[in-house]
Design a protein around this ligand. Structure first.
Ligand SMILES: [Mg+2]
Length: 274
């Protein structure tokens, strides 16, 4: 796909995410919109996957450590062809729905790891990457975690182990949007130097614009070319990106647009319903 096509897909995923939250009357739009460009680039350009065979053993793995952002992942899996037939209405967070408020690997094709209890994704990803080494498999494991989430200590156990075991088949994206559920990351823990900390553990670490498709693609290429070290890509993102009244407005960490707000979101994301 071209950069323009991936950007258009990211906007489509954003629209779907907002729509499923609006229809389900519950969910986390801000965290989902923040990572749309990374998710679109991974699923439509980077990852070696087979939607018709979601358990293929040599597929690249993906872990959404900040599991509450799953509407964007559900939208990506749907557009990529994991669901047959294609889903029209997701019934997000509804009883017995396949699309719960946090991803479940036992309920939904294409979900490689159940997540939502924050802090686990890097450690589980390191485990998958280590397993690939042990089994002689060639797949890459990708993780997206939040910047607030990095306050969980277990993250750094995974970071430590991945460097120690030289897991150059592990790529972690950090969604550095500056916010967490309660307030800003800076209010909560001060300036916590995310990139410096990954570097201190021995990770190859890049800092990029998390909404620039070419920058994301280039960073992945560089990350995968590193030998003997895991890779971190710290992405500067805007929470709520793409919907004017949600951007950098942390009251949209969790929330449901009114009819009027939904119409604005649809228009801004280029939807046909406006
Ligand atoms: Mg955040």
């Amino acid at each position: 796909m071209t950069q323009e096509q991936i950007h258009a897909m990211a906007q489509k995923l954003r629209l779907e995410a907002v729509r499923m939250i609006y229809e389900g009357k519950d969910g986390h739009p801000g965290p989902a919109l923040s990572i749309a460009d990374i998710v679109a680039t991974l699923y439509f350009d980077v990852m070696n996957i087979d939607p018709k065979n979601p358990q293929w053993e040599d597929r690249d793995r993906f872990i959404l450590s900040k599991g509450h952002a799953c509407p964007i992942l559900y939208a990506a899996l749907n557009e990529r062809g994991y669901f047959e037939p294609k889903v029209e209405h997701f019934q997000l967070r509804q009883l017995h729905s396949m699309f719960q408020g946090h991803p479940s690997m036992h309920s939904t094709p294409g979900i490689d790891m159940t997540s939502g209890s924050l802090g686990n994704g890097i450690a589980v990803g390191a485990g998958m990457a280590a397993a690939a080494k042990v089994q002689g498999r060639d797949f890459t494991t990708y993780v997206i975690c939040g910047d607030g989430e990095l306050q969980e200590g277990v993250c750094w156990e995974g970071v430590n182990m991945a460097a120690g075991r030289k897991l150059d088949n592990l790529v972690v994206f950090v969604d550095r949007n500056g916010w967490q559920s309660y307030k800003s990351v800076e209010f909560t823990v001060g300036n916590n130097n995310i990139a410096d900390r990954f570097r201190a553990f021995g990770w190859h670490t890049q800092e990029i614009d998390g909404h620039n498709i070419d920058a994301i693609r280039s960073a992945v290429t560089i990350a995968k070319s590193q030998k003997g070290v895991p890779a971190c890509i710290v992405c500067d993102c805007i929470k709520g990106k793409g919907v004017s009244y949600m951007e950098n407005n942390n009251s949209w960490h969790k929330g449901v647009p009114t009819d009027e707000q939904y119409a604005i979101a649809v228009k801004e994301l280029g939807g046909a319903e406006a």
